[in-house]
Design a protein around this ligand. Structure first.
Ligand code: SF4
Length: 487
């Protein structure tokens, strides 16, 4: 009914960096660790220091971090109403009994008492949008799969939170896996899927352990399997452990990874809602998106849509990096100005002042202090030339040079490119070389601009276009500093 799947196919092992799981001792090379190292004046690990680079262990609140750090982030709610963190500020859920004693599983009970169409309507009317970066309306996705006539459909939880700077999904999977499984069952019931896959990255061993344990408890208690809560509805769950690849966070690559294929990105259409996992209609939702569902079903769409701003309804979890005075995970209502988040909630920088902030991880635009009146909103952040992404906020101070940051982000993109598109495969490596001080590469500003434009127009997925967005924003917002790298 449920097992931890660790597919291994020898011919694709070379694609991954963590085929044998996370090493016991490893340092993080993610962007929050990079800017923290710069601020503290200490070096980051390089390739060749015993293991491949590991981009983000999800411990950005205590960066620079290693696998041996066991601290927990500060967690708080700054929304008028908390959807996600309120119970978790007291404690993580350690057992199904504890979860059910605090209204856990009542969302599923309510959903099973409704017809499928009404469940989807609730999600549609709530205004919930995907929290993985694209912001696509969740209800529309669910309805598309529900409409398909296929005999087999799937629900996939995307727990491959590879965006350096974000540790939101790690927190949700470790603190409340029960709500995520409850949500997957609700989704399966609503769209007519009887099998779910939870794909969790290898960099999060504790999340995998807790998720598997929660799934076993829920299967024993009759929430999974042939007859969910005596309703006659069947839902089985498999947990798949990732093997160390950023690109598996992209939905088509993730599905190929589950299928045991080389996880390259595929051209869309067809979309996963029509032809997804094993060629069948599939809902793929990110962890935070799913975490909202039981609350919406329990409290009704209106309670949710009352929160928020513009087309961004509800609340968002944000994870702030270690250079803030108050790093941690915060639930914030959409519409909150970024300056409130950075200076009041985050408390500003521990040292010096904010030079720039990557709001949606490194593969999106940088925001600078002049833009901090922008509200937390998919569209407003987009207008400022950046993206909300997962909501992993990385602020950096004057100790981080923009040329060094460009080299770091381009190296990350080059290491993680799936290699399918030429501008991304060659361009990210070229950008990395261009800004590496010891590369001996001759710096050519016109070449830099050409590479960035090819990435923007010739990339199939967000890794290549995100690299271009980052480089363009660096070029515009730190024009003098970027140009000075070429003098
Ligand atoms: S942009 Fe890069 S990561 Fe994305 S599909 Fe193309 S080569 Fe692969």
């Amino acid at each position: 009914m449920m097992h931890l799947q660790t597919r291994s196919s020898e011919e694709i092992r070379s694609f991954y960096t963590l085929n044998d799981g996370l090493p016991q001792k490893a340092e993080c090379s993610g962007t929050a660790c990079f800017v923290a190292s710069k601020s503290m004046g200490i070096p980051l690990p390089h390739k060749g220091s015993g293991h491949e680079r590991i981009y983000c262990l999800g411990k950005c609140f205590s960066a620079p971090a290693s696998t041996e750090d066991s601290g927990v982030p500060r967690i708080a709610n700054f929304s008028r109403k908390s959807v996600l963190v309120e119970p978790l500020m007291k404690h993580p859920y350690e057992s199904l009994d504890q979860y059910t004693s605090e209204s856990g599983m009542s969302g599923l009970k309510v959903a099973l008492s409704m017809d499928q169409d009404s469940v989807i309507s609730e999600v549609e009317k709530s205004g919930l949008r995907g929290r993985g970066g694209a912001g696509f309306p969740t209800g529309i996705k669910w309805r598309s799969v529900a409409k398909e006539k296929a005999g087999k459909k799937y629900v996939v939880m995307n727990g491959d939170e590879g965006d350096p700077g974000s540790y939101i999904d790690r927190f949700l999977m470790e603190y409340n896996p029960y709500a995520l499984i409850e949500s997957m069952i609700i989704c399966g019931y609503a769209v007519g899927a009887s099998v779910g896959y939870a794909y969790i990255r290898a960099e999060y061993p504790e999340a995998i352990r807790k998720f598997v344990s929660a799934a076993r408890e829920m299967a024993s208690a009759g929430f999974l399997g042939r007859d969910v809560m005596g309703s006659g509805f069947q839902f089985d769950l498999e947990v798949v452990q990732g093997k160390g690849s950023y690109i598996c966070g992209e939905e088509t690559a993730l599905m190929r990874s589950i299928e045991g294929l080389r996880p390259e990105v595929s051209v869309r259409p067809p979309y996963p809602t029509e032809k997804g996992l094993f060629g069948n209609p599939t809902v793929i939702d990110n962890v935070e998106t799913l975490a909202n569902i039981p609350w919406i079903i329990r409290n009704g769409h209106q309670a949710y849509s009352e929160l928020g701003y513009g087309k961004s309804r509800g609340t968002k979890l944000l994870s702030l990096n270690s250079l803030f005075v108050n790093p941690g995970i915060y639930e914030v209502e959409f519409g909150t100005p970024l300056e409130t988040i950075f200076y009041e909630i985050g408390g500003g920088m521990k040292h010096g002042s904010i030079k720039g902030v990557m709001v949606g991880g490194p593969l999106s635009g940088i925001m600078v202090p002049d833009e901090f009146k922008t509200r937390l909103d998919y569209e407003e952040i987009r207008k400022a030339g950046a993206s909300l992404g997962h909501g992993g906020i990385i602020a950096f101070d004057e100790a981080t040079g923009i040329g060094d940051l460009l080299e770091h982000v381009a190296t990350f993109a080059a290491d993680e490119s799936c290699g399918k598109c030429t501008p991304c495969r060659l361009g990210t490596a070229e950008l990395s070389r261009m800004f590496r001080k010891d590369s001996g590469s001759s710096l050519d500003y016109a070449r830099f601009e050409r590479d960035v434009e090819s990435l923007a127009t010739g990339s199939l997925c967000g890794l290549g276009t995100g690299m271009a967005e980052f480089a363009r924003s660096a070029k515009i917002k730190f024009s003098y500093e970027v140009k000075s790298c070429f003098m």
